[in-house]
Write a protein that binds this ligand. Structure first.
Ligand SMILES: Cc1cc2nc3c(=O)[nH]c(=O)nc-3n(C[C@H](O)[C@H](O)[C@H](O)COP(=O)(O)OP(=O)(O)OC[C@H]3O[C@@H](n4cnc5c(N)ncnc54)[C@H](O)[C@@H]3O)c2cc1C
Length: 577
């Protein structure tokens, strides 16, 4: 049972990854006990074990050692890439010392699937190979593991989600929420097997309150479809978490579900409108044991109690299922404009962008694309024109007619002062989309150039504004030194930028990992973050302690422990027990 709307247009279909080994065979150093422990089910006694249970800890450590050696041997025999450096090695050793949880036996997992089928019907749960693969592997993720979920459930309502949670809780089956499936750090991979819970059937606008400027939606509502449906009201949802792909008139828009809320997603408009979490009024949550709660009523602001919206928004599915949300809407601006300009260096471009923000010019978006990225757009030839292969800034303007012109004049002045070319401005709305399309095409275009069998590493960091130009410059130099096909692109007005590197996983993993990790460490040292919007997932767990500190991590663990004492919700993500 594959979702028809997820079918990638032929133009953008990726080459097969790696022959018979379809998954990247990277050693998941962040796994608790080596890759081979990521088996779907274990014939062990079910139930959680805590650090106090020494015999369990001993047996797990013994298993860890054995699995690790076996895992490495298997990898070496297959000619795959082993653990890459001392830092990772140390991290993995530390991980092995921590307590772990044991999940459902094979038999109990079977019982859970049967019970869910009884509750949801035949179509409500699938063990079809295609479904398992689609929910455990991603072509555009920076990290994949050799483990799929055992089943995929397709609930239709909050009540059905609660039933799934109660059954999984009874049998200690891991549950992994899944909405658009577009996250890139292994967020929805089934690190411990279990049941992926796909919200594809929950894609309705539940209520629309134009007079209150809000909307109540289910998890799989596409933000673009939603905006299309409500545009007559003069309102829109301004968070723009990613590019649509247009191919032969086909709008590939279902991809970024509105519930990008599950990670602190944002996008090009964040410099003006903030990030996803700023637009959530309330959420309906199903906890791992099946309890249902609503975080708040429906006022645009509330100071009643803890900010549960913030808690669940950034949890990446590790605390509960979000089954409904009320989102704020904004007024569609009277006038808009799009402008483009290029610069001799990345530093010049970054300096100009930051100066625009510092001077308080309310741009709708300011996006930086490097020379490689502009060249890629030319090579794809989708935009109907030839761009200068130079660091380039794309701006969006919005507001009143007079305000937009004022802002364009202000930006133009700053661009010239930072050695930029004349601003190419488009105020005709029908032509703006064509100009902005180049920006929206960026990452897809890059992915389309991936050679058969090669990998993509897509990552993001963010730093305070005063550090952006330095970090962009040094990261660009590192990327050039790496000598691989890699580009930089940034929501630079927020101090947030991305690197995308295409590489041969068998030969080049180590050098790419070093390049990416150096950038991440540098960003954190500059008081920044290892991820401005993509989130932690599996791929960035190792940076959590460096960034937030052990005390903050211990508070996060305590919250997790109290809501999900058996670590059933999306285990293996964000941090470990
Ligand atoms: C080409 C491309 C461009 C991108 N550009 C951007 C960008 O500009 N900005 C940006 O922020 N990101 C970007 N991303 C990353 C990604 O698309 C976004 O982060 C997006 O918000 C993920 O949403 P999703 O619905 O696909 O989540 P999924 O991938 O389905 O899930 C993400 C996480 O949320 C959890 N989750 C999913 N649904 C629920 C639920 N109902 N309840 C609880 N937890 C849930 C999952 O378990 C997982 O941990 C890009 C990705 C690609 C491939």
């Amino acid at each position: 049972m594959l979702r028809p709307f997820r079918a990638v247009p032929a133009r953008y279909r990726f080459p097969a990854t790696s022959g018979s080994h379809t998954f990247r065979q990277r050693v998941l150093w962040s796994s608790p006990i080596g890759r081979s422990q990521f088996s779907t089910v274990k014939d062990t006694k079910r139930g959680p074990r805590f650090s106090g249970d020494k015999s369990w800890t001993r047996s797990m450590l013994a298993a860890a050692g054995g699995s690790l050696i076996t895992g490495l041997l298997i990898f070496n025999l297959r000619g795959q890439v082993p653990i890459v450096d001392a830092e990772h090695e140390q991290h993995r050793k530390n991980e092995q010392k921590k307590p772990r949880y044991v999940y459902a036996s094979k038999e109990d997992l079977g019982k859970a699937i049967l019970e869910i089928r009884k509750e949801l019907g035949e179509e409500g749960i699938s063990t079809d190979d295609d479904d398992l693969r689609q929910h455990g592997f991603s072509e555009w993720s920076s990290i994949n593991i050799d483990q799929l979920p055992t089943a995929v459930a397709f609930p239709n309502s909050t009540e059905q989600v609660a039933k799934i949670a109660r059954i999984c809780s009874k049998y200690k089956v891991p549950m992994i929420p899944y909405s658009g499936g577009s996250s890139v750090e292994g967020h929805f991979s089934a690190a411990f097997g279990g049941i992926s819970v796909d919200f594809m059937n929950m894609c309705d606008i539940v209520e629309f309150h134009p007079e209150d400027m809000d909307i109540v939606v289910q998890p799989s509502v596409s933000w673009m479809d939603m905006n299309e449906k409500i545009k007559e009201s003069g309102l829109f949802f301004p968070i723009d978490p990613g590019p649509p792909v247009r191919s032969s008139g086909f709008l590939y828009s279902c991809f970024w579900s509105v519930f990008s809320a599950n990670i602190h997603a944002s996008g090009t408009n964040a410099v003006r409108y903030g990030t996803m979490k700023d637009w959530v009024i309330n959420m309906t949550i199903v906890l791992p044991d099946g309890r249902i709660l609503k975080t708040r009523q429906r006022p645009r602001k509330s100071s009643a109690g803890y900010n549960l919206n913030g808690l669940f928004t950034g949890a990446e599915g590790t605390l509960g299922f979000v089954t409904e949300a009320t989102l704020k809407l904004a007024r569609i601006p009277e006038e808009t404009g799009v402008a483009v300009t290029s610069f001799p260096t990345m530093r010049d471009a970054a300096n100009a962008a930051i100066q625009v923000v510092r001077e308080g010019i309310p741009v709708g978006a300011v996006e930086l694309l490097d020379d490689v990225q502009m060249d890629v757009i030319n090579r794809m030839g989708d935009t109907g024109r030839e761009w200068k292969a130079k660091p380039t800034l794309f701006f969006k303007f919005s507001g009143t007619k007079v305000g937009v012109q004022d802002n364009i004049d202000g930006v133009s002045h700053i661009v010239h002062a930072n050695h930029g070319s004349d601003l190419e401005v488009e105020k005709d709305t029908s032509k703006q989309e064509a100009l902005w399309f180049a920006r929206k095409q960026a990452l897809w275009s890059m992915l389309c150039l991936r050679k058969s069998g090669h990998e993509v590493w897509s990552t993001d960091v963010a730093v305070p504004l005063s550090k952006v130009s330095d970090l962009v410059e040094v990261s660009k130099k590192d990327l050039d030194k790496l000598g691989l096909f890699g580009s930089m692109l940034g929501h630079i007005g927020d101090g947030n930028f991305h690197e995308t590197i295409l590489y041969d996983g068998k030969k080049e993993y180590k050098s790419v990992a070093k390049c990416v990790h150096d950038m991440v460490h540098r960003a954190i040292e500059m008081e920044g973050t290892c991820t401005g919007e993509h989130g932690i997932g599996l791929g960035k767990k190792e940076f959590m302690a460096q960034e937030v500190g052990e005390e903050s991590l211990s508070v996060m663990r305590a919250i997790k422990q109290s809501l999900d004492p058996y670590w059933l919700m999306n285990p293996g993500k964000v941090f470990d027990p």
